[in-house]
Design a protein around this ligand. Structure first.
Ligand SMILES: [Zn+2]
Length: 374
């Protein structure tokens, strides 16, 4: 613990490397998350492959949609696999950011694919069951709301433990201090602070506030605990407490629900244009429509997210009142993750869910100045 340098200053070598590394990450994200899915969905639908798969599935009756969706998801997974493996395993190891063993990476990959199937196939099934209804999109939107609430609730108790060993924070003294800090900031009914064993997977540090109602908890990565001073950890918990008290998970669920209705209406118009609303061969068209809308509104959703993150930062400043430690935390975090602390403003506007570290550090300094002048 005593070996931790404080306050942390940027490592110039890491700052240079971060520029290159973050560019590669962004590129692979754009290729695998935007270009490949859009080309695949469009090609699969317009080439007639989708209709052929439907014809094979049709004799299965009510299970046709299950079979169709399974094959469709598997095909896109196969196409995305090489770049997914390269970007999340090879590339991360190249920059010494990953601690994954090959078997560990595969295990997590298979688990995430399994979860993807478990959620997507029933959703597709349900969607095609209600598509013949009038105003199906209203029912779908309402169902989406309940599904979001359900997922947010089970996240820390059922989903996170699939990927992490979650243990209550063992340092009783520090835990007590953090909990009393959190309580003093107005956050009640905290179910505790948990530690996730990220150090088995990567060197990156993070913390998150997860859950709804009775499952609400703060989880931080052991990488944060091992490499940050207690004051720095406190500022991270302060930030998470900010999300907690400002009800950011509820805000997210509500905003997503507001957005889903116009999105479903557009899907409704697209499906009507095909002439056969309930044809399961339309599934790629539904995926394509969603993907395109998501990309178009990405700058908006990310701008909103950055706004919420800045609010959480401000809450941490007001609660912990340790601007130097908070600044040091930000610098240490970007160096550890090789993230770009000063990204191109256009890239930040479109793709970044968090404000740049340059802006976050500036906020700490601004806060400190305003307190001194008062
Ligand atoms: Zn945050």
């Amino acid at each position: 613990m005593s070996k931790i340098k404080y306050p942390y200053e940027y490592d110039p070598k890491k700052r240079k490397l971060a520029k290159i590394y973050s560019k590669g990450r962004l590129m692979s994200g754009i290729i695998n998350g935007i270009i490949i899915p859009i080309i695949f969905f469009a090609f699969f639908y317009f080439s007639g492959l989708s209709a052929s798969l439907r014809d094979i599935a049709m004799p299965m009756g009510s299970l046709a949609i299950v079979f169709y969706t399974f094959i469709f998801l598997t095909l896109i997974a196969i196409i995305q696999f090489p770049l997914r493996f390269y970007s999340s395993y090879t590339y991360e190891h190249k920059y010494e950011l990953s601690r994954y063993k090959l078997s560990g990476w595969f295990k997590d990959y298979l688990k995430s694919m399994l979860l993807f199937y478990i959620f997507t196939i029933p959703i597709a099934y349900g969607l095609f069951a209600i598509l013949p209804w009038q105003n199906w999109w209203i029912y779908a939107g309402v169902a989406y709301f309940f599904l979001s609430v359900f997922l947010s609730t089970i996240m820390p108790i059922l989903i996170l433990p699939i990927f992490y060993k979650l243990e209550p924070y063992k340092n009783k003294k520090h835990m007590k201090k953090l909990l009393s800090m959190i309580k003093a900031s107005g956050v009640t009914n905290v179910k505790g602070i948990y530690v996730a064993n990220e150090s088995a997977k990567s060197v990156k540090a993070n913390a998150l506030f997860s859950g709804l109602g009775k499952t609400k908890r703060i989880v931080f990565f052991d990488t944060l605990l091992n490499n940050f001073t207690p004051d720095e950890v406190e500022t991270v918990i302060g930030h998470e407490a900010g999300h907690y008290i400002q009800k950011d998970i509820w805000r997210g669920v509500i905003i997503d629900t507001i957005l889903i209705f116009p999105m479903l209406l557009i899907v409704d118009a697209v499906l009507k244009a095909t002439g056969n609303m309930t044809d399961i061969a339309n599934l790629p068209l539904i995926f394509l429509t969603f993907r395109i809308i998501e990309i178009i509104i990405m700058p908006l959703t990310n701008t909103y997210s950055r706004h919420r993150e800045a609010k959480a930062d401000l809450f941490a400043l007001e609660t912990c009142r340790k601007p130097e430690a908070q600044e040091s935390t930000e610098r240490r975090l970007v160096d550890m993750a090789l993230a770009d602390h000063k990204p191109n403003p256009a890239i930040e506007f479109i793709f970044h869910s968090h404000p740049s570290v340059e802006k976050r550090v500036a906020m700490c300094r601004e806060w400190k100045r305003s307190k001194r002048n008062r």
